[in-house]
Design a protein around this ligand. Sequence first.
Ligand code: ZN
Length: 211
Amino acid sequence: MAGAEEPKPFKWVGGHLSLDFNNTVDWKGLEPGAGEYLTDYGRLVAWGHEAGVLSERDRDALLRTWGEQPALGRRILEKAWSARTTMHRVFLGTITGTPDLGAELPAINALLYEAPGQLACEASGRSCEWVWSSCEDDAACMIWPVVRAASQLLTSPQLADVKTCANGRCGWLFLDTSRKHNRKWCEMGVCGNRAKARRYYDRRKRQAEGG
Ligand SMILES: [Zn+2]
């Protein structure tokens, strides 16, 4: 199923499950699909595994399901894209006031209602942890922990630390946990350097024009 190009490695710069999920597409990529990390259902499953929401067993089972039911995989991929857009708009609403948060929330609530009751308590040594039970009946099972994590962040004091990358063409989100609370970029090496190069270019241009 892989295309001609190697898939882009996932980035983990958001500092939170739901923000890392937001950062699986370059939001203002020039061509549709050009900046997409979740290019097919297999990549969505791989992301879920790397993010820690799918066990190895679940990952392998879901990939088998995908092999048998490619159309189902495609439907779930589209659902994941749509959930990602919903969460993106809601977080932007909290950061910039645009779009209007109140108008966006019904879409995220619809996702929360849709999430099946799959959360269970499981023993981990002598303590317990919340786990999302089997993916056997639900090939969309990597989406629900992300939606739940987003709703938890939206209702927590940590929401004040959610920022959007200062590169207006990026759209990635991150938790700013820096001591001075002055993190500007999703990645200094990518968006920060681009901005630096841009400033250098503008300065040289002004100098050349005698400014
Ligand atoms: Zn960025």
